[in-house]
Design a protein around this ligand. Structure first.
Ligand SMILES: [Zn+2]
Length: 336
């Protein structure tokens, strides 16, 4: 049974999830490509996954004929069924692993990832996330949502068929809470949010790191990129979470995602990557309440694409500091 522990020395939460150990490929160095024949995410293999939570389809659940499909993660790190609560043993705090861990299967096609999917399918992918965000938000115990994607060996992916994961937690990760606080302090001082000002500064900077502008979205290589060819996509107006995008904005965002991946592919060929969204918290709790009242005015959601060209080592692990061998200005120049 999973639980969340607070690391007092480093002031961060750690998820202890023994079930994850049973993943079929846990001890292997490379992601298992069990082939299409044994792939639980391929069309026609619906009986190999737990029953679906959501699918974009016009027919019966758990049958072929879907465009995207959401199922519970079989090796979940957290689960919704558990009672919410925490207990102290001496100075050590344990929070039960209440939460949701879901897999969004991006498409029925085993070999199609973002770079080869049509922009119209990327839009369906985003719309499926929105359906899940709206639903998960209804559970007031769920405070924070992370949507992420691992692709390729260097990213930590353990399943070849392209998919996205949604993890909803009953706590705010400390880094995220720290970001909300810094953003709020900045807002109190300047009347604007951090992403809002970063985007404005990227637009006017002489050493341009901007890659593309499409509709109300901009893509750029961040000034202090941790990794070569790291790209951030941000809205040009205050939209705090994905579900607040209107249909035109979603269409533009899909086209932007497609464009950025095509550009990355042109420079890097086939590449491993992590992708994640930074969204406004799902619900308020005692820790984030203060920041949520102004979030519509100072928080913009962002989408981060991080190519994983090399592996991290001891320096990165011990210092939480990375060494990036390629400047973001050079990366942006190449991507443009
Ligand atoms: Zn597959």
């Amino acid at each position: 049974m999973s639980n969340i522990r607070l690391d007092l020395l480093n002031d961060k939460y750690v998820l202890i999830a023994p079930e994850r150990l049973h993943r079929p490929d846990f001890y292997k160095r490379t992601p298992a490509d069990m082939g299409k024949k044994n792939c639980p995410f391929c069309e026609g293999h619906e009986n190999m996954t737990p029953s679906e939570i959501y699918a974009l389809r016009d027919n019966q659940p758990n049958t072929p004929g879907w465009k995207t499909r959401v199922v519970p993660n079989l090796y979940k790190a957290v689960q919704v069924e558990l009672q919410s609560g925490s207990k102290m043993q001496g100075m050590f705090e344990t929070i039960q692993g209440v939460g949701a861990h879901e897999v969004l299967i991006d498409s029925p096609n085993h070999d199609k990832d973002i770079v080869t999917l049509d922009a119209s399918h990327i839009e369906l992918w985003l719309k499926s996330m929105i359906q899940r965000i709206v639903d998960l938000k209804r559970d007031q115990r769920l405070i924070y949502l992370n949507i992420f994607k691992n692709y390729g060996e260097n990213s930590g992916a353990t399943q070849r068929h392209p998919h996205t994961q949604l993890m909803a937690l009953p706590v705010m990760p400390k880094d995220e809470l720290d970001f909300l606080k810094r953003n709020f302090d900045y807002y109190k001082k300047y009347g604007r949010g951090l992403v809002q000002d970063i985007v404005e500064n990227e637009k006017i900077s002489k050493e341009s790191r901007v890659i593309e502008e499409i509709g109300d979205f901009i893509a750029y290589c961040p000034f202090a990129s941790s990794f070569p060819f790291e790209v951030t996509i941000a809205p040009l107006k205050d939209i705090s979470s994905l579900e607040l995008c209107d249909s035109q904005e979603l269409e533009n965002l899909s086209f932007m995602v497609k464009t950025v991946f095509e550009k990355l592919h042109k420079q890097l060929g086939e590449f491993d990557y992590n992708l994640y969204f930074r969204l406004a918290p799902l619900n308020k709790n005692f820790e984030n309440e203060e920041y949520l009242s102004h979030i519509q005015n100072n928080f913009r959601f962002t989408l981060h694409i991080v190519p994983r060209i090399y592996r991290l080592g001891g320096f990165e692990l011990s210092t939480n500091m990375t060494i990036n061998p390629v400047s973001p200005e050079e990366c942006a120049r190449l991507l443009r």
